[in-house]
Design a protein around this ligand. Structure first.
Ligand code: PMP
Length: 407
């Protein structure tokens, strides 16, 4: 059964507005997706009816909030097919999840001379924490090169892997190019040399089926706000035995078993990594985002987005002066491009004047931009609520803009 886009659009109040006198066309979904009414209402409902601190209250509201909070954890576990809820840690987002792993796993298990492997297409949040760790530990950060199409060079990856590799930290789908990386094969190869693997799933969880047991990843991180959910919330999945071997991240309430001035013992996972009062309302509302995705089904979402991607790609490729950046065979619904003779920021401003919201710049992937010898790109990224008529308008507007310098 195909998707009823009009019905889906009716669930997203923000889409129904004008920008500069034109109906909003929101193509900045890789930065953050819009939120359905169910998520917005769940947030209000929590604050209107259930607001309470969790896990230690002896009263009805605290019990209720705790139950809803833990229900969300269960929903996340099912969403990524983890074995158990204890392997699901709530964080502030993808960035926070990666920093947690760097600060705990990294500090305990990465030593002088060890190597950490990332790729050329990583987001800054999957580069900088490892650089900081490598500097502290005198470890070495190595980078897998990519082709002109924006795909990992497999042979180069294999050559970089060695007994020294302790961690491979790799993006599942690139936010700047859309490339889907063969993470399952990468994980299998990394495991052969005894390395652990972290998957940055910030851009893949809304588009692709995720099964952490099938992937066999050691860690997987993502952000709720790119999944039709609230901002300031994310998830770190980790295998139980690894999480248990890791020291805590932050110290404080909730993460302890017993505290005395002489010694503190730490709580079980996942609580060991969730110091302080968590983002209760957003965690509870996040379940509604997952319900929204589950009801549609990732297969149908992907099929719709693939259709949009193919339609937009063929339309834009016809335009004189249109230069795509990233033409991998396997992509999520992201199109990065430049217009000959124009700065991406100017293109973005002209599209905004038409009510079309895109991202411009380096997309927090400066080393990737350097690889392509460019300053930045214009990026249009599609979500389940976008439709072909919006893409027609994008293509028409880009064609008109390109004509200015490409007669
Ligand atoms: N990795 C990738 C691939 C991303 O696209 C993003 C967000 N642009 C991040 C990491 C960081 O996510 P957040 O800002 O939500 O922590």
């Amino acid at each position: 059964m195909s998707i009823n886009i009009d019905q889906i659009r009716s669930l997203f109040p923000v889409l129904h507005q004008e920008v500069h006198g034109k109906p909003l066309i929101y193509f900045d979904n890789a930065a953050t997706t819009q939120k359905p009414t169910s998520v917005i209402e769940a947030l209000a409902k929590y604050y209107e009816h259930d607001n309470s601190n969790i896990h230690r209250g002896a009263h009805t509201l605290a019990d209720r909030a705790t139950r809803y909070f833990e229900k969300s954890r269960e929903a996340v576990k099912d969403f990524i097919r983890a074995k158990e809820e204890a392997e699901i840690i709530f964080t502030k987002g993808t960035t926070d999840g990666i920093n947690l792993v760097a600060a705990t796993f990294g500090r305990k298990f990465i030593n002088k001379g060890d190597e950490i492997l990332i790729s050329t297409m990583e987001h800054h949040s999957n580069i900088v924490p490892w650089q900081m760790l490598c500097e502290e530990k005198e470890a070495v950060l190595k980078v897998i090169p990519i082709t002109d199409e924006g795909e990992i060079i497999w042979e180069a990856f294999l050559n970089l892997l060695s007994e020294k590799t302790k961690l491979v930290s790799i993006v599942h789908a690139s936010n700047a190019l859309g490339t889907i990386n063969p993470v399952k094969d990468i994980i299998a190869k990394a495991h052969e040399v005894g390395a652990k693997v972290l998957v940055d799933a910030a851009q893949s969880t809304s588009h692709l089926e995720i099964d952490v047991q099938d992937l066999d990843c050691d860690f997987l991180v993502f952000s709720a706000h790119k999944l039709y959910g609230p901002t300031g919330l994310g998830v770190l999945y980790g295998k139980r035995e690894i999480l248990e071997a890791m020291p805590p991240y932050q110290g404080g309430g909730e993460m302890i078993k017993e505290v005395s001035f002489a010694k503190t013992t730490f709580n079980e996972i996942p609580f060991k990594f969730e110091a302080g009062t968590p983002n209760i309302g957003d965690v509870i509302a996040f379940k509604k985002s997952l319900d929204f995705i589950n009801e549609l089904g990732k297969k149908r979402i992907k099929a719709h987005e693939d259709e949009l991607l193919a339609y937009a790609t063929s339309g834009l490729n016809e335009i004189k002066g249109f230069v795509p950046v990233g033409t991998a065979k396997e992509k999520v619904s992201v199109i990065s491009f430049n217009i000959n003779g124009m700065h991406p920021f100017d293109v973005g401003m002209m599209l905004d004047a038409k009510g079309i919201a895109v991202r411009t710049g380096h997309h927090c992937t400066q080393p990737l931009m350097q690889r392509f010898g460019i300053e930045g790109t214009v990026r249009a990224s599609f979500a389940v609520y976008n439709n072909k008529s919006e893409i027609d308008q994008l293509v028409e507007s880009v064609a008109r803009i390109a004509k200015i310098k490409n007669k």
